[in-house]
Design a binder for this molecule. Structure first.
Ligand code: ARG
Length: 591
């Protein structure tokens, strides 16, 4: 595997060297290189540096220019305006750079692996046992999965954690009801049918949840028995635990069926729910109390913060242990931090969780910091996401005002997408239409989620999501399929780089953008910001479209030009394919 130095990086290096030669006191100064419309790149850093050194910016710029060798990579460099530099790259360097990327292992495209990778724990896709998954769980899963893929691609050691809600007093009621109605979780569907078993599991759980809740609210004796069952569960009574496990297993059948529909791999050992930290809760509290980070207040164990106050002006504490001795969400999260830092040896903890839980995480992280569990070597970050809104701009609900079931939403997306695929399909069988429909529909949902920055709310608008024009996954998928079809039609002509050929403007723009893939991946990974990769890919498809409109590929003038254009097509397709894969989206060969 060979990483390729991008043109941006090599121009940057040349300019930085020239700068320190021209202005030794500036040390390693940043020339602030940007892609530009006027030339290929523009460097904007001279002005500020000249100001600092009390030098004339145009003179400094001229000096820098005289230090830069032109020829192999840089074709032209000139001073513009008060002291900007405009830089043009040679056609040869562009093609050679792309050829080096193409020669790398399939899919890597010259993108380097981290020299010293760290360990990141990503907490995502965390539904709750015995509960339906809704659109909020979609965001955590989709964003989390993309971040996992992207970080792994950079060489980071990624540990996935699905912190499912599998503990709490509601299990007393559920288990007690199951004891009294033992067949409520039985299955009729064949176990191999993932979708049918998932649906059946959830409908059993729903029915059982409603019935036990109704009984709990109306029958005092059942309520008592349910409460005693909670005590048994907490005490680890084997029979009670076995029944609890049935709820967890049943829910997992359902979760996995939804993740399967989402075309997402969730592995069983990575599912470590709230209950996974039960053994640590006592010690977590003891450590916090001994270190003085937590104090007793009205019988509860609490952590206080100067800047966190309720509407009445009174401080709002993080409650680690309730006055009745019970542990809540915070104790579990604090224990999970200890596990992730000290057992899993993570340097970074990322939580892909709804922005409405931000206060919780702020308090949990600050507590862990005070306790010395987070600090210089270990950072924690909530990748907070906004709310999914309906077309009316209000939180997404059904017409009856209920939360929308995630499966229903996905099914609708797949239906819509199948209609789009069918309309355009020329030589696809029914089976292929169904397969592509799922890939396009799920891709549309994921892309809509990933293409806006996570912290923003977005409107769930299926018409827009499956539109062929605009910033949608379908547009990208069609661009990919179109390229693949050209390459299939090329017959004997193979994609081959010819660095000696002159390039048109559209070819240069496309080539320079392909070259930025590695930088984009690095930035996306460093900021946990999949929308940056999505924006890059959309731009890539758009640049490809202009190239395709302006430059005949198979009908180009010479056979070298045909080959070189095919080569540009091929490297674009591979970049699109890899980039989409990092977002968890398929790129079918034909559409
Ligand atoms: N299960 C929770 C929910 O549905 C999300 C869990 C988030 N992760 C965590 N470590 N607290 O809201």
């Amino acid at each position: 595997m060979a990483s390729v130095t991008s043109l941006t990086a090599s121009v940057h290096q040349r300019l930085a060297d020239a700068l320190s030669a021209a202005l030794p006191e500036a040390g390693t100064a940043d020339p602030l290189l940007r892609r530009s419309d006027r030339a290929d790149f523009q460097a904007n850093g001279i002005l500020a540096l000249a100001k600092k050194a009390k030098a004339n910016p145009r003179e400094l710029a001229t000096q820098v220019v005289s230090q830069v060798a032109t020829g192999d990579v840089i074709k032209d460099i000139e001073v513009s305006g008060p002291g900007f530099l405009n830089i043009t790259i040679t056609d040869k360097a562009i093609t050679e750079n792309l050829a080096a990327r193409a020669a790398d292992a399939e899919g890597r495209l010259g993108v380097p692996l981290a020299d010293e990778p760290g360990t990141t724990v990503i907490d995502y896709a965390q539904p709750n046992v015995a509960k339906e998954m809704h659109v909020g769980h979609l965001r955590s899963a989709v964003i989390g999965d993309a971040v996992v893929q992207i970080l792994e691609f950079t060489g980071e050691n990624v540990i996935r954690r699905h912190h499912i809600g599998d503990w709490g007093t509601q299990f007393g009621m559920l288990i007690q009801y199951l004891i009294e109605h033992p067949h409520e979780l039985d299955h009729k569907a064949a176990a191999e049918d993932t979708e049918a078993s998932g649906e059946e599991a959830m409908s059993n759980l729903n029915r059982l949840y409603k019935a036990s809740r109704a009984l709990f609210d109306s029958d005092e004796e059942f309520k008592d028995r349910a409460r005693r069952r909670v005590v048994d569960l907490q005490a680890g009574d084997p029979e009670t635990l076995a029944l609890w496990q049935r709820f967890v297993d049943e829910s997992k059948i359902y979760f996995y069926s939804v993740f399967h529909k989402l075309d997402m791999e969730i592995r069983d050992p990575d599912v470590v729910g709230e209950s996974g930290y039960n053994d640590m809760l006592d010690e977590t509290c003891r450590l916090l109390e001994e270190s003085g980070v937590a104090v007793r207040s009205e019988g509860a164990l609490c952590v206080f913060f100067d800047d966190i106050k309720g509407p009445d002006g009174k401080p709002v504490p993080l409650i680690v242990r309730k006055s009745d001795g019970g542990y809540g969400y915070a104790a579990t999260d604090l224990s999970a931090i200890r596990d992730r830092v000290f057992n899993l040896k993570a340097n970074s903890l990322v939580y892909v969780v709804d922005a409405r839980q931000s206060l919780h995480f702020k308090m949990v992280f600050e507590t862990a910091r005070r306790a010395g569990w987070l600090g210089d070597g270990v950072k924690a970050f909530q990748l907070a996401f906004g709310t999914v809104l309906g077309k009316d701009g209000k939180p997404f609900k059904t017409r009856e005002g209920e939360t929308v079931r995630l499966v229903d939403l996905l099914d609708e997306a797949i239906d819509r997408a199948s209609a789009v695929v069918r309309e355009k399909a020329q030589d696809l069988s029914e089976e292929e239409i169904a397969e592509r429909g799922a890939q396009v529909g799920i891709g549309a949902v994921k892309y809509a989620d990933l293409s806006t920055s996570a912290n923003r709310d977005y409107k769930f608008d299926l018409d827009q999501m499956v539109s062929l024009n605009g910033d949608t996954s379908v547009y990208l998928q069609y661009a990919y399929a179109r390229i693949r079809s050209i390459i299939r039609k090329a017959g004997d002509a193979r994609p081959t780089a010819h660095p000696e050929l002159e390039l048109t403007e559209a070819e240069r723009a496309l080539g320079l953008h392909v070259d930025q893939f590695a930088e984009t991946v690095a930035e996306t990974a460093a900021e946990y910001a999949p929308h940056k990769l999505a924006a890059y890919l959309y731009q890539l498809a758009s640049l490809y479209t202009s190239f395709y409109d302006k430059c005949p590929v198979l009908k180009a003038d010479t056979s070298e030009q045909v080959e070189n254009r095919l080569f540009l097509c091929d490297i674009t397709a591979r970049t699109l394919h890899q980039g989409m894969a990092l977002l968890g989206i398929r790129t079918p060969e034909r559409l």
